[in-house]
Design a protein around this ligand. Structure first.
Ligand SMILES: [Zn+2]
Length: 422
């Protein structure tokens, strides 16, 4: 990698260098054949080391916090001022692409570098979160929840697929579980949090735009649905006497899609399991998952009531019974108006006079950070909406505009903060 500033060299804060740094992070993987970098592994350490070196080159003072997040800071006009946080995550899903999380982290470092000589009314911090995807321990947002002070001690006993507890993984990596509270930030020490991220959807591409601002991050509700019928002989039971749970579940899946498509909600049945699961037995039971998201919690909750009533009607008509158990319920995290405005102004700075707003269907570190400070997000167009897949791709021109917008947004935050503070 180029470290000297010779004429013609790639500037450390350019889009080309940002993309080169994302490529470099691809090297830190548990597999030589695909990208997989999960929480508290040697490759996590290597990615943190690389990010730390880039942060130092950007003039930041660096540390690894008590949750394994890599952090950097430069002071504002006077030392000790509250900080504007910029960041995203450095962990991945299995067989990942190169940009989900990494692009936002590397862009944040580049923006800090661009603003190196600029006096700001707050400190500027960059964070590369240790765990957003939850790949290793099945629990997402561990890094950002530690920072937000919403850590739950029950998580210490979570185990990875090899049986290693989260507590043991902390110890093995050189972190002290007893000090996890030290990663938590106080609201009064923060100005807000800005995150750039690939869109992970097709809307910007369809609208022929490089960038968008996020209005809110949807919170998902997840349910375990059980359709209960009666297992009987496949040959000996005539149709009027069948109570086939799988056929009822199939109708329910189609109804779930129809209702969601007619609204602004997104609903997914990702898993179905049939009991007893024999070729010559009518299914007596079907268990399915339901993941439900919308821009607002009210829309999402109303959709669940509608869906539940419809599925119950489908079941009743077939002599089946529905049981629904909620397994996860995260509230939506709206982006703060003043930070949305800063991101809008930042995008306008790139020549897009009427920036596109969109709600994030995917979860992000920002939704955890929202528990402790205001959040704002900038989306960068990605190819064909592909994400969580090695085919993830971004265009250099979009990253260039993204850097310009991100930098301008930070300056807008500075202007708004000074007005607000007067
Ligand atoms: Zn991500």
């Amino acid at each position: 990698m180029t470290t000297t500033q010779t004429p013609g060299a790639i500037a450390p804060s350019s889009a080309a260098e940002v993309l080169a740094r994302c490529d470099e992070l691809d090297r830190f993987s548990s597999s030589p054949h695909h990208l997989e970098r999960v929480h508290l592994t040697p490759e996590h350490k290597a990615a943190n080391d690389a990010a730390e070196a880039w942060m130092r080159r950007a003039g930041l003072t660096t540390w690894t916090d008590a949750a394994g997040n890599i952090c950097g800071r430069r002071e504002g006009r006077t030392p000790g001022l509250p900080a504007l946080l910029l960041g995203s995550h450095l962990d991945t899903v299995p067989d990942a692409g190169s940009y989900d999380g990494m692009l936002g982290t590397v862009m944040a470092i580049a923006v800090a570098e661009r603003l190196r000589g600029v006096e700001l009314p707050f400190a500027l911090e960059v964070v590369g979160f240790s765990d957003e995807e939850g790949t290793r321990f099945g629990k997402a947002l561990l890094g950002s929840q530690a920072l937000a002070g919403t850590w739950d001690d029950d998580w210490w006993e979570l185990r990875d697929t090899r049986g290693v507890t989260l507590r043991q993984a902390f110890l093995d990596w050189g972190l002290d579980p007893a000090r996890i509270g030290e990663a938590a930030r106080r609201p009064e020490d923060l100005v807000g949090y800005l995150e750039a991220h690939i869109e992970q959807g097709p809307y910007l591409e369809a609208a022929d735009r490089s960038l968008g601002y996020v209005t809110t991050i949807a919170g998902a509700r997840r349910f375990h649905l059980s359709v209960l019928g009666e297992a009987r002989h496949a040959g000996g039971t005539p149709y009027p006497r069948r109570r086939d749970a799988l056929v009822g579940a199939g109708e329910a899946v189609v109804a779930i899609e129809r209702l969601a498509k007619a609204s602004d909600c997104i609903a997914t049945v990702g898993r179905i399991e049939v009991t007893p699961g024999a070729v010559n037995v009518i299914p007596g039971r079907a268990d399915l998952s339901l993941d439900l998201r919308a821009a607002t919690d009210a829309e999402r909750d109303a959709m669940w009531h509608t869906m539940r009533a419809e599925i119950e009607a489908i079941c009743a008509a077939r002599g089946l019974r529905l049981e629904a158990v909620e397994q996860h319920n995260a509230p939506a995290a709206p982006c703060a108006g003043w930070l949305q405005q800063a991101v809008v102004d930042g995008i306008r700075h790139t020549g897009d006079t009427d920036p596109m707003g969109l709600w994030s269907r995917a979860g992000h570190d920002a939704m955890a950070v929202a528990a402790v400070t205001d959040i704002g997000m900038l989306f960068v167009r990605c190819f064909d909406g592909i994400s969580h897949h090695p085919g993830e791709a971004v265009r250099e021109i979009d990253v260039e505009r993204g850097l310009d917008a991100f930098e301008a947004a930070v300056l807008q935050v500075a202007a708004a903060y000074e007005v607000r503070d007067e």
